[in-house]
Write a protein that binds this ligand. Structure first.
Ligand code: AMP
Length: 139
């Protein structure tokens, strides 16, 4: 499938859709998931157009993973998470719903279940406070 420029993450990258941004560099962008499966659910995307892991340039992937590592550490600190889960889905049969490569960063703790994937929209004011916590941990 060809990369679709109308996907929501492409719109966020072009500034055509809002996002609760926490980190940005030349290669990647990190922002809060608006339908979080757990408090602190954060996404990291490359700025280059790539639908999934199979078609991303490996150099871009390396830069993106460096951001995943950096933001994951900040999310872990900001949400005092004993565990961090990284998830990445390729293709609709795998559950991918937005067709621009992205990595999910999910704080995990014993006894803390994660919610349904991409189901319930979070309160935007709360998401902004979560974004502020991640930004503070990155500062
Ligand atoms: P996936 O199903 O792996 O493609 O994940 C897509 C993720 O993007 C889901 O967790 C959605 O909750 C999330 N999502 C969808 N639209 C937005 C948006 N506008 N801003 C932030 N996250 C979004």
């Amino acid at each position: 499938m060809a990369y679709n420029l109308d996907n929501i993450f492409a719109k966020i990258l072009r500034g055509e859709a809002p996002a609760f941004k926490v980190y940005e560099d030349d290669y990647s962008l990190a922002f809060m998931d608006v339908m979080p499966q757990v408090e602190g659910h954060t996404l990291v995307i490359p700025k280059d157009p790539a639908e999934n892991l199979h078609d991303v340039d490996p150099i871009i992937l390396g830069h993106t993973m460096a951001t995943v590592q950096r933001v994951a550490a900040a999310v872990k600190q900001a949400f005092v998470a004993p565990g961090i889960m990284i998830a990445q889905l390729n293709g609709a049969p795998a559950g991918q719903t937005v067709f621009h490569l992205h990595f999910h960063i999910l704080p995990r703790a014993d006894g803390l279940d994660i919610g349904m994937h991409a189901r319930d929209m979070a309160d935007f004011a709360l998401l902004e406070t979560h974004a502020q916590r991640v930004r503070a941990a990155l500062a």
